[in-house]
Ligand binder design. Sequence first.
Ligand code: DC
Length: 224
Amino acid sequence: MKKLVPVVAIDGSSGAGKSVLSQNISKALKWNLLESGFIYRLVSFVILKNKLSVDTRNIDIIEKKLDSYLDLQNNFLRNYYFMNVLKKKLMLQNIVNFASEIATLPHIRKFLLHKQRLFRKSPGLVTNGRDMGTVVFPDAIVKIFLYADIKIRAKRRISELRNNGINTNFNTILSDMQKRDQRDQNRLCCPLSVPKDALMINSTDITIEEVFNIAISAIYKKLN
Ligand code: DC
């Protein structure tokens, strides 16, 4: 029987630290990386930029435009991370908020499901999002659910934005985050939920290194 490429799936709300954790794990294991939120943001960007309606009839056009930004053969995220202009645009609040709106639509999630699975390539994949361990890669060898107090998450998001030259204020970010949490957790299709067999990590009061150490020892245990 063909051996499946192993996946580490990290889920959780925005600002819980999924992005840094998955980047660090992917570096440590030298595995591929998929930050699924960036794909949702990219779809949001493509729709807004081209003034498309989010109609089922438009899925082919949306997919074509999305593909023009992706380089699946060469692990698109690496190339696309160098596209700093695009990276900054994908951080803007209107793009992020709209991403969370379109993420409630079953026809959008359906076509992205297939696309995300194309990233499962040897020697392994580290991925993060909202439904990685529950829907996209339910057979992941390790599932992690990362969470933190919402005020801490909002502060982290503000410093991430400031580091990228985007100024904003705490109350706007906090209120956007509350709305996004609500939408992500309550949508009918693939809501943010804890995978049954997930390792829960509360990142509120611990450092990035501490989160990494907890996660990597669970992964090594599984791999050995
Ligand atoms: O992880 P992020 O904040 O970049 O994600 C942006 C939005 O995309 C988020 O509000 C919800 C949506 N999303 C999703 O529904 N499922 C995923 N696997 C990843 C992101």
